[in-house]
Design a protein around this ligand. Structure first.
Ligand code: ZN
Length: 269
């Protein structure tokens, strides 16, 4: 991997990766080609497109078929979902997937009404982590109001190739993930949450990746977010860490390629 990274550096040094997005959302149905073209113009080389439930699986795969030079598909369900067919679908598609995701734990009242909801979520999450391990795939992880239990469970399961997206837990809990080798992706909504400055300043750049979570988590609340906005995350991280945005771009892209080796194909030419 080290060798392929050094060969590639010239080709990826001016590129961004969006490591977590929902480009199959219906708000993109009309102009997805323009949204992708705009991202490519500013240097976004690829976006990992995740699913949240089985109903989205076909759309993720079709989008990857339609934009093979930009979309790296990920399949998974979260937080409490029926996973009966997930194993069979991952078996069918695992060779082309960038990761299993998004998967995770969400302990906000919206998704967690009864106490056994937590148990069910952990079970569904565990099964998908194990499927990722079976196919040697990284995982793209959601956690909300569940930072500590998510990281604890991942460590217990021996998961090592982990992206924690839009992490809302304490920096001290995140650093526990860093010690386990996990990566954390920062969305553009960071600009409206000064509270997250602490997280960004404490996370080593070597563990940070860029994401947008488009169409959610944009710089302006309620406004549609797009992959081109990874630059906003990049610039903000650079400001907090008092370093050059170019360094943030280079290291986060390098981190993304390390965690998601299938990104290499986007730099092939
Ligand atoms: Zn998401």
């Amino acid at each position: 991997m080290a060798e392929s990274l050094s060969i590639l550096q010239s080709s990826y040094s001016s590129c961004f990766i969006d490591a977590h997005s929902h480009l199959t959302d219906e708000v993109f149905d009309k102009d997805i080609a323009d949204v992708i073209a705009e991202a490519q113009r500013i240097g976004v080389k690829a976006a990992l497109v995740v699913s949240e439930n089985e109903a989205q699986f076909n759309k993720v795969i079709s989008l990857a078929d339609r934009f093979p030079e930009f979309v790296l598909p990920c399949l998974g369900v979260h937080p409490v979902q029926d996973i009966e067919n997930v194993a069979a679908i991952l078996e069918r598609h695992h060779e082309r997937l960038g990761a299993v995701g998004e998967i995770g734990l969400d302990f906000t009242p919206r998704f967690c009404k009864a106490d056994d909801d937590k148990t069910t979520q952990k079970l569904v999450f565990t099964q998908q982590v194990q499927l990722a391990q079976k196919y040697d795939l990284p995982i793209n992880v959601h956690s909300r109001s569940a930072g500590r239990p998510t990281i604890a469970l991942l460590k217990e399961l021996g998961a090592s190739r982990v992206l924690m997206h839009a992490f809302d837990g304490k920096p001290s809990v995140a650093l526990d993930g860093v010690r386990a080798g996990f990566y954390f992706s920062i969305p553009p909504s960071i600009v409206r949450s000064q509270q997250k400055d602490k997280l960004v300043s404490q996370l080593p750049l070597e563990n940070i990746i860029l994401e947008t979570d488009s169409p959610a988590l944009g710089p302006v609340k309620e406004e549609r977010n797009v992959p081109a906005n990874v630059t906003i995350s990049c610039d903000y991280i650079a400001t907090v860490k008092k370093i050059d945005p170019k360094e943030v771009r280079l290291i986060t892209t390098q981190n993304a390629i390390k965690l998601f080796p299938k990104l290499v194909k986007f730099f092939a030419k």
